[in-house]
Structure formats: C-alpha cells, structure tokens
Design a protein around this ligand. Structure first.
Ligand code: NAD
Ligand code: WQD
Length: 342
C-alpha cells in the first residue's frame, strides 16, 4: 500500500528530524523541505541511517512561494504538512526582529498560500509554551490566556497561531490545522544519529549541561536561585524529543481520521515541572558525570515556572509521554558524546 505523503518543513532540524523518523516508522512517507539555515545535511544522512531508506529532501526557502509550488507539484498527492521551519533563537530575535518576522511569518504565509492552491488539507504547526508568557496559574491548560511575549520570536509564534486560525476558519477554507504548543524539548534519538546541533554557545539549558560535562564549557551558570519555587530555581516541563515527535504523528492521524474543528490546540509536555537544580542532579544521576555549576543572576525576562496540563492531549489525541527525565538526559549525553568522538 502506498504511504500517505506528509511534507515536513524544517525536517532537517532538531525536532523535525525526529518527527521524520517517527512519521516513517508509523507508515507515512515524509518529504523534507529545509534551507539548512540552522541545520546540516548530516541530519538527513542520520535519518536515512536510522530508517535504512532514502528520504526525499528539497533544499528550498519555505518563504519562496515559487520554490514551494515546484515542490508541491513534483511531489504530488501531499496529504498534509508539518511546519517546523522557523528561526528560533530568542536572544537573536531581540537583536534582529525583522529576520524573525520575515522568516517565521513569511514562510507560514507562503505555505498556506501553496497549500490552498494545491488543495492540501492538513496542517500541524509548531507553536510554543512561550505564548503563555508568565502564567498566573499552574499548570497551564490550552484555555490559559496567552500573554504578550517577551521576545519577537515569541510574538511570531502567537501571530502565526492567529494567522492559521483566521485562515482555516474562513468559509472557503479547505485547510484544517492542529497547533502544538511544545514545552521544553530535550534529548535525542536513542541511536544518537540525530539530535540537537546548537551553533556556537548554547542558549538552552540541556546543550549547555552536556557541553559542560564534555569539557567544552567550563561551568554551567544557573540563572538565579531566589525565585518563588521550592529550591529557588526556575521550573520547566522537559519533554523528550522522541515523545514530542510522536505527538506530531498522532496529530496528523487525527486530522486524517476526524473531521473535527477547523483548528485545535494542544499542549505537548509531560505534565511535570522540574527545577534547574533537579535537572542538574538528574543529569548527574543518569550519566554518572559530575557537573561543574555556579549560581548566577536571574536571566532578564525568564519565566519563573511553567509546566503543562496535558489532559487535552491525553484525552483527545490519546497522547502520553513515556520517557523519564533521566532517560531523556541520558540520551542527550549519548548524543553529545557522539559529537565529541566524531
Ligand atoms: P531547528 O532550528 O533545529 O529546526 C528548524 C529547521 O528549519 C532548521 O533545519 C532550519 O534550517 C529550517 N528553516 C528555518 N527557516 C527556514 C526556511 N525559511 N525555509 C526552510 N527551512 C527553514 O529548530 P527546532 O528546535 O527543531 O524547532 C522546530 C520548530 O519548533 C520551530 O518552529 C520552533 O520555533 C518550534 N519550537 C521549538 C522549541 C525548542 O525549544 N526547540 C520549543 C517550542 C517550539
Ligand atoms: C531552561 C531553564 C533557564 C541556560 C526557551 C525559549 C522558549 C522555548 C524553549 C521555543 C531556564 C535555565 C538555561 C543556562 C540556566 N523555545 N538556564 N542556565 O527559557 O524555558 O525557553 O526555549 O519556543 O520560547 O524561551 O529554555 O533551555 O533556555 O532554559 O540556568 O545556561 O534553564 O533560566 O530556567 P526556556 P532554556
């Protein structure tokens, strides 16, 4: 039987590459689109080594309508799109807001245009818990009010959600969408053939932790320990990237199977909050590595605590994470070691 074709924009990136693997393993035919602005061809080789097959990959800018049209025409019979392609560095977005508005909004607009032209009916969009800002209540549900983001990057995610909502709710729309609000993705594929490839000094916690353990960074600086949390450090919901990737498979499946609402929103997290110190200790426990760390000042604009209420994803999508924090951290360490030994 022919596999159902799903276009994966940003499919060579961190989360996209894991989603490509899970899609294929679930019986779909993923087709990658990526401009490699924040990834490497090596990720596609990694995917192909895991799967033992070639995966079609088009090197184009997703904001280029003509190039997208050519891909849709060449591939034919696409049933859906998972749209990961975006610029995602929060700090850089403050320095270069136009780059973020242009790329993140531009690629979505181009994509929606071409999906409508070709009658491709299903879209899964990568949103983020950043849309909740600093929440008044925990855990956050999909009903928790969104707040103005503290960065242009965060704004682009909310604006993209609004664009998709308006477009799919229009009377003539042929597209339906699922918006997935990811919490903090961490870890790597068990094979260590794909994982997160931060360029330069990592901004996110886990790559900084693994690079410190590997001796690439001297020490981890924990961003403050006087927050109103049990140990004073920030709390996040760290979700293993393979679990997160699987959420995309069930989201695509729901769009294909259920003729439901035009747009649905789901939190994707574990439902657990862990502090930075808990992550450090879990990493030491899971890997046997001692981590050199100091407590530094709070990071401007940091959210003190956020974690997901995952009831809706569990009940509606039947989605559940299965990986523990320790297992996720062990996979991140295995990936880091594979990079060092290259
Ligand atoms: P990533 O940078 O590893 O992957 C994004 C991929 O998209 C990269 O391969 C990049 O080269 C590609 N890309 C960017 N702009 C493009 C364009 N115009 N045309 C074609 N390809 C383009 O990032 P990621 O961590 O895998 O994130 C994927 C998505 O998930 C993004 O939309 C991001 O905003 C969102 N998200 C990420 C996190 C996180 O913490 N990693 C959290 C919430 C949401
Ligand atoms: C996690 C925790 C830091 C580094 C960012 C984006 C958000 C989303 C996910 C895309 C925080 C602490 C970190 C360090 C530390 N991305 N930390 N020392 O801030 O939750 O969210 O990524 O949508 O939009 O803002 O993730 O990994 O940066 O930080 O103490 O060297 O680790 O303060 O509490 P964050 P993070």
């Amino acid at each position: 039987m022919e596999r159902t074709k799903i276009l994966v924009t940003g499919g060579a990136g961190y989360i996209g590459s894991h989603a490509v693997v899970e899609l294929y393993e679930a019986g779909f035919q993923p087709v990658i689109v990526d401009d490699f602005s924040n990834s490497q061809e090596q990720a596609v080789r990694g995917i192909e080594e895991i799967l033992g097959v070639r995966v079609p990959c088009h090197r184009i800018d997703c904001g280029d309508v003509e190039a997208l049209r050519a891909v849709f025409a060449e591939e034919g019979s696409l049933r859906g799109v998972i749209h990961f392609a975006a610029s995602k560095a929060v700090g850089e977005s403050v320095q270069q807001p136009l780059k973020y508005y242009r790329n993140n909004l531009g690629s979505l607009l181009a994509l929606l245009t071409v999906m409508q032209e070709f009658g491709v009916p299903h879209l899964v969009f990568s949103s983020s818990c950043t849309v909740y800002g600093i929440p008044d209540q925990l855990p956050v549900t999909e009903q928790t009010p969104t707040k103005p983001a503290t960065s242009p990057y965060g704004n682009t995610k909310k604006i993209c959600e609004d664009i998709i909502t308006d477009v799919v709710k229009a009377p003539e729309s042929t597209v339906r969408a699922i918006l997935l609000r990811y919490f903090n993705p961490i870890g790597a594929h068990a094979s260590a053939k794909i994982g997160e490839l931060p360029l330069g000094v990592p901004q996110n916690l886990i790559p900084y932790v693994t690079q410190t353990a590997a001796g690439i960074r001297e020490k981890l600086t924990i961003n403050g320990d006087t927050y109103d949390t049990p140990d004073g450090t920030n709390i996040r919901d760290y979700v293993h990237v393979v679990d997160l990737a699987k959420a995309h498979v069930v989201a695509v499946q729901r769009l294909l199977d259920v003729r439901g609402e035009a747009v649905e929103v789901f939190n994707v997290g574990t439902g657990r909050g862990n502090s930075v110190l808990e992550v450090v200790h879990a990493f030491e426990q899971a890997t046997g590595q001692k981590l050199n760390y100091v407590i530094g000042p709070p990071r401007t604009g940091d959210v003190p605590a956020i974690y997901a209420d995952v009831t809706k994803a569990t009940e509606v999508l039947g989605f559940r994470t299965t990986t523990s924090l320790e297992e996720a951290l062990a996979s991140a360490w295995k990936w880091q070691q594979s990079l060092v030994s290259e």
